[in-house]
Design a protein around this ligand. Sequence first.
Ligand code: NAP
Length: 296
Amino acid sequence: MNASVLPGEQPAASLSGKELAATIRAQCAADAAELSASATPPRLVVVVATDDGSSVSYVRSIAKAAEKADIRCDIVDLGADAPEQLIADTLTALSDDDTVHGIILQTPLPAGLELQRLAAAIDPAKDVDGANPASLGFLAAGQPAFAPATAEAVIALLDHHGVEVAGKHTVVVGRSTVVGIPLSHLLLARNATVTVCHSRTPVLATHTTRGDVVVVAVGRPGLVTAEDVANGAVVVDVGTNVTDSGKLVGDVDADKVALKAGALTPVPGGVGPVTTALLLRHTITAAQATRVRVAG
Ligand code: NAP
């Protein structure tokens, strides 16, 4: 973080994710070339069972980023009314396919289907977005596993900007298995003190105003305002919401919070690009592990 930014004196430092994402992608491209040269071309497969517009464009952005990094990325579109068994069988077949290193099951899923139940069919070694409940269990137990890319992106972004969390009070708003819960484990592993808030937390500000670092992952524009954060706090906005006018905004009232916080992630351009880059990083890591296993 820019140490010259004093709370309340000037707008918060912007914790952009663009530079970090570019660095990760460049390293992935170099590693992908090396893997391909040793006959293990990295391959990511995204399984889609939705026609939700923002989800489809998110998947396209992953495929585009993968292509730029020379990582093959296939999109398997099973249709918005795909039955549970078809999705499970597809994930099992991909888990058994030695040419596939990373598997993502994109959400939303068809009505009534649960991500965690289906994601249990993804081999944890290929679970590059940490969706299998086994991956979350390993993470909680401090064992090697892929963390959900968004949760890891928050940590990577804080590291990149020199924000130390050890011994700090971190407040996570949201407890989904995709962001809030895995992030709380990653923060604990970094020796932060962690408070997790959710929809049944009576008064959010009671907790968020005590946070040195506040991470908001809810999906409600404007949920966190200037009154909800302490002077000089570091605020990470994970939320992605599309307004009626088509603008992408986070969960934080950015204009007002920026005048009180010490640092704030932008939306877009904060956590999002790092998340996509880490999905590629995880795919490379999974492919490298395969190569080690084959060589051994
Ligand atoms: P989710 O599964 O809907 O979970 C939302 C969480 O927010 C739940 O734990 C919920 O509490 C909590 N919540 C709801 N209303 C609240 C309130 N008024 N006060 C405090 N907590 C409240 O959502 P998600 O998948 O975690 O995603 C959260 C946001 O992050 C969304 O905007 C999503 O688009 C965004 N996101 C961004 C990225 C990225 O790469 N940038 C990736 C993933 C997600 P309960 O558990 O009590 O219901």
